[in-house]
Design a protein around this ligand. Structure first.
Ligand code: PLP
Length: 432
């Protein structure tokens, strides 16, 4: 039979994105009206570890492997048919997954990265955990996994660290890394929406990752690939964003670089450094104004980092032109314009050549505020000054370094601040 003469209209890039965005909105809204059991943190069940592990010393090299986990984990299972089961706290241990599980084939995985901090006052804190829980919900829905009610997720994260915190994070001024994640855990080789998902929360001992001498970045070239693109999923914290970048990251590491500075498009837009957001401070080419600049969120290429947001908010409050709230440490800094706008590697090179580039830093939970001492793009070496001597003797740019001190004060309880959320910890005992 001859094919019917039906006009074919292929979806354009923008209708495809609209479909995805509409799907995300629908999935988020469906939760509110669903009659299936919701994720309910108050229904958490407890099975404490009878063979608790030994905590590696702060200088134990095993920490560098970033795989020493704590005694427990929290898991919560969801099925399309029955909604959420009660979440469980159990001893940390391997999962049983069918080799046909969706996440093993189709990257149905989303995650969060956060830290719990032991303050100088002995208290345990999370940093803005509400933002991580909200972002995890958005990431999960982006890859067709269930909507995860942020408040329940936040409660589970707090409960998890309330139990493992006392033993695993005893020393003031230290942190432990938390990894909440969600996977498509059901057996299904068909390429389709997962009908089963498992949320889990684990914690691992990490060494500090910010280098005292600053990081050297290799700006990406075409042969290294692209991290994220228009209409893609760069703005979601999904596993699919990371695997395909590790080849380039490994090659850059082998050449002595700490991270890849990911550029986008023929114009070389500067997006992110590894899995961290990226800032520069420069003198604007035309106005001469000092600016703190980072890529914008609007086109959904970069991740809406909690650290990025916090840097912007502190800068706007205490360092921006017109801000009326000076803060100790920032008095000697010239006021800046805080700018979320696209810029290119050519802009950076020009600023460097003209002596206008003042500093650069990467920021994210894992690397915190990591000053950058240089960026290489093809044959061009951009050297970045790090004039500030930090309280611990390391070096940084003056703006990034100052903001780093302020954030540390919040995380480690030197100052009381709503972003530093104190955990009522109790160890492995049942709640009262
Ligand atoms: C996690 C992550 C960041 C940093 O986000 P934070 O919330 O500050 O930890 C930045 N970029 C990418 C690509 C990330 O995965």
């Amino acid at each position: 039979m001859a094919p019917a003469a039906v006009p074919v209209s292929l979806p354009t890039a923008s209708t495809a994105t609209a479909l995805t965005n509409a799907g995300i909105k629908r999935d988020l809204a469906n939760v509110a009206v669903s009659h299936k059991p919701q994720l309910d943190a108050s229904k958490l069940t407890y099975e404490f570890n009878k063979n608790p592990k030994v905590v590696a010393a702060v200088d134990d090299p095993v920490r560098r492997l970033q795989n020493s986990t704590t005694d427990h984990m929290i898991t919560a299972k969801w099925t399309e048919a029955n909604g959420w089961e009660h979440p469980k706290l159990t001893p940390y241990g391997p999962f049983q997954l069918e080799p046909t599980a969706s996440c093993l084939h189709y990257a149905t995985e989303a995650f969060e990265g956060m830290k719990a901090y032991r303050g100088v006052d002995g208290k345990l804190r999370l940093f803005r955990p509400d933002l991580n829980a909200k972002r995890m919900n958005l990431s999960s829905v982006r890859i067709a996994l269930p909507s995860i009610p942020p408040e329940e997720m936040e409660t589970l994260i707090k409960e998890f660290i309330a139990i493992d915190g006392p033993k695993w994070l005893p020393d003031p001024n230290t942190f432990i890394y938390l990894r909440p994640a969600v996977i498509g855990s059901g057996a299904a080789l068909g390429v389709q929406r997962p009908r089963e998902a498992t949320v889990f929360i684990i914690a691992a001992l990490f060494p500090p990752l910010d280098k005292p001498t600053g990081m050297r970045l290799l700006a990406s070239t075409e042969d290294m690939g692209v991290r994220a693109w228009h209409g893609g999923h760069g703005a979601s914290k999904v596993g699919a964003n990371y695997g395909p970048t590790l080849q380039a990251q490994g090659a850059a590491g082998a050449r002595g670089f700490d991270q890849v500075l990911w550029l986008l498009g023929p114009e070389g837009r500067v997006t992110e450094a590894g899995a961290s957001n990226f800032f520069v401070v420069w003198k604007n080419k035309t106005t001469g104004a000092t600016q703190l600049v980072t890529a914008p969120l609007g086109d959904r290429i970069i991740l809406d980092g909690v650290t990025r947001r916090s840097v912007l908010e502190l800068a706007r409050k205490h360092l921006a032109i017109g801000s009326t709230e000076p803060r100790a440490g920032g008095e000697d800094l010239e006021k800046v314009e805080v700018v979320e706008e696209n810029f290119t590697i050519t802009d950076m090179i020009e600023a460097y050549d003209e002596g206008r580039l003042l500093e650069a830093f990467a920021c994210g939970t894992a690397f915190f505020i990591a000053p950058v001492n240089g960026v290489q793009y093809k044959d061009k070496e951009i050297e970045v000054p790090m004039p500030m001597v930090m309280p611990d003797g390391s070096r940084a740019g003056r703006y990034g370094g100052t903001i780093k001190v302020w954030l540390k004060e919040i995380m480690y309880g030197v100052v009381d601040h709503p972003w530093g959320v104190v955990i009522n910890e109790r160890g492995p005992v049942l709640p009262k």
